[in-house]
Design a protein around this ligand. Structure first.
Ligand code: ADP
Ligand code: ZN
Length: 217
């Protein structure tokens, strides 16, 4: 069965963590625009060079760059049975582009899943987040600690704090979320495509909630 969903919610809501789990369970790709952009930066591509300063300062990368990157990704073979979009759309313009793209492909969205999350939880998660620069695995110094402090369980590389996970940039990202991304909750609400889950929950109870939501579609 196919599944086409987008995840909404502030940075730190746990979208990436849960997208990975759902992606394995449903055998559909997890498409994270943040991951795609960071990999472009690492490879030093033209897109990566244009995106870097926006990302490091907590701003959004311009719509046209992101829309093109995502449209390309959505045309790959592995998207046949669906996708989990994480971090896209992030503006009403991006949501409209996605809607037009999927309409043309006759593959409409099943729904948008909002991770409703309080600011206190988000700030705590982001400031404790550590990432593996080599394989992309994510940790949290208290909630999801690696087996050896500072070392990736998967590949043994040294963990780093993302440059945009500093207090000042976190505040900026939350502000950008409220202003530019939160309106998408209404966008999908008026289309009857919105489901809301409690992003403040720990990983396991939230997985249980998600499993229930995904059954009754
Ligand atoms: P988070 O959700 O924790 O903020 P992401 O990894 O999703 O982290 O995104 C990191 C950064 O990448 C964003 O702050 C933004 O600069 C850029 N970015 C990711 N997705 C988009 C998008 N759809 N549109 C514009 N910029 C984006
Ligand atoms: Zn790793």
């Amino acid at each position: 069965m196919s599944l086409r969903i987008v995840l909404l919610g502030p940075p730190g809501a746990g979208k990436g963590t849960h997208a990975k789990i759902l992606s394995e369970r449903h055998s559909i790709p997890h498409i994270s625009t943040g991951d795609l952009l960071r990999s472009q930066i690492q490879k030093g591509t033209a897109l990566g060079k244009r995106a870097k300063s926006f990302i490091d300062s907590g701003k959004l990368v311009p719509d046209e760059l992101v829309v093109e990157m995502v449209s390309e990704r959505l045309q790959s073979d592995d998207v046949r049975n669906g996708f989990i979009l994480d971090g896209f759309p992030r503006t009403v313009e991006q949501a409209e582009s996605l809607e037009a793209f999927l309409k043309q492909a006759r593959k409409p969205l099943d729904f948008a899943l909002e991770f409703g999350t309080s600011e206190r939880v988000v700030i705590d998660r982001l400031s404790g987040r550590r990432a593996c620069p080599n394989c992309g695995a994510n940790y949290h110094i208290r909630n999801i600690p690696p087996k050896r402090e500072g070392i990736c369980d998967v590949c043994g590389s040294s963990l780093v704090q993302r440059k945009d996970d500093t207090p000042e940039t976190i505040r900026k990202r939350l502000e950008v979320y409220q202003k530019q991304t939160a309106p998408l909750i209404e966008f999908y609400g008026t289309r009857n495509l919105l489901k809301v889950v409690n992003g403040d929950l720990e990983i396991e109870p939230l997985q249980a909630e998600l499993a229930r939501e995904l059954q009754v579609r």
